[in-house]
Design a protein around this ligand. Sequence first.
Ligand code: MN
Length: 245
Amino acid sequence: MIDFHCHLDLYPNPVLIARKSADEEIYVLSVTTTPKAWQRSSAIAVGYTRIRTALGFHPELAHERKNELSLFRKLLPKTRYIGEIGLDGSPEQKTYFKDQLFVFSEILNASANAGGRVMSIHSRRAVDQVLDELSKTPDAGLPILHWFTGNQTQLKRAIDMGCWFSIGPGMLSSARTKELVSKIPQNRILPETDGPFTKIRGKATTPIDSWYVVEKLAYIYQVSYNYFVQQLKTNLSEVGKFAIQ
Ligand code: MN
């Protein structure tokens, strides 16, 4: 199984979660929220062949961490995955939107200059702006929009631009988001939990819950669970091929 967006370093006991995920043979993209967190987070993954640690710079932290951009550039050669990066246009984050845009575009340019990366991207209430920035830097890499909550028009634009999507518990309950998910091509989707920030039955999710996500996704697509697991394995290997290019 696969959890393509999980904050491993933000659990009370990341080492335990990493070990349990390995026991269950789950592939995990362990995203980080600041360049500083990357080194500590990648240490958690040492010895685990199915965990990749993405170098991140969360939009909510852009304004107070701009000075970490140089560290981001320094660490970039060490990983083929970046995230969580992106933009957040929700009312409480909009004040610093200029800083977010600055950091996001610097990251996309750095990624393009480094030959491209697999990118896990946050786009809450800022889908158009995220897509605008991505179209300015088409060589930045493979964009995977995490927890996508745009509208149908934005979804179509993202698909036409070649974006992928990682979908988690937050998109599997409302009729609107389920409808949206059903329109995502099955060969552009990966499951995620966004743990520990999402809950299933009142409990913080872990990569183990990706099974639950996949069950729900298979139901939305009206395909069998086993068929869909095979599709997801193919998708992961496509992303992996991009990563090692
Ligand atoms: Mn996240």
